[in-house]
Design a protein around this ligand. Structure first.
Ligand code: ADP
Length: 175
């Protein structure tokens, strides 16, 4: 699957059509990815976020990227990890599916994801990568119009875990 790759870096600086914001249900404030985006995207971006009026966990909404390199930001609210029995896997799956659906509806051809929920929301990375990669690869197989998906991680361990699991999927033809 040469349309998916894993990269270590800062998602906010990506030169790509859309980046995904791992936000919270208010779509305002937050730490991690959300606050980095806010720093660079400008005042109009903040106004656009306010106008969205929040987002339920697992859903996705879109705004322009304003001052970012990316033309669009797709916002999603990942699940907070509460032990795994509170619907977290299904909600995380919904995040990826809804972001990808919204991307193709907006004719977006390239998109970068952060590792949703594995920062402030404490979703175990080893579990989250399986959901993320399965959903993205399954989606790419039925949507040839989406040309490129990059998962951007900002730490060594997360990057390595994603890369290793992607290699396993490819060598064992998992999905
Ligand atoms: P959540 O609240 O959904 O857990 P976070 O933004 O706290 O979202 O973190 C999600 C993942 O993104 C974590 O692995 C975190 O280390 C990483 N991250 C934080 N800032 C950036 C950034 N600027 N670029 C790429 N990844 C980032």
């Amino acid at each position: 699957m040469d349309r998916i790759s894993i990269s270590k870096g800062d998602i906010v600086r990506m030169k790509i059509e859309a980046i995904v914001n791992a936000s919270n249900t208010s779509l305002l404030g937050g730490g991690g990815v959300a606050s980095s985006i806010q720093k660079y995207a400008g005042d109009e971006y903040m106004q656009a976020c306010i106008a969205l009026g929040g987002c339920n966990t697992g859903e996705a909404k879109i705004t322009p990227g304003f001052k970012l390199n990316a033309k669009y930001v797709i916002h999603t609210a990942g699940p907070i990890w509460r032990g795994g029995n509170k619907g977290e896997p299904e909600l995380l799956k919904n995040c990826y599916d809804n972001c990808l659906d919204l991307a193709v509806k907006n004719h977006i051809k390239s998109i970068a994801f952060p590792s949703i929920s594995t920062g402030v929301y404490r979703y175990p990375v080893e579990l989250a990568i399986k959901i993320a990669l399965k959903e993205i690869i399954t989606f790419l197989k039925v949507h040839p119009e989406l040309e490129k998906v990059v998962i951007v991680c900002n730490d060594e361990r997360t990057t390595r875990l994603y890369k290793n699991y992607l290699k396993k999927i490819e060598t064992q033809n998992l999905f």
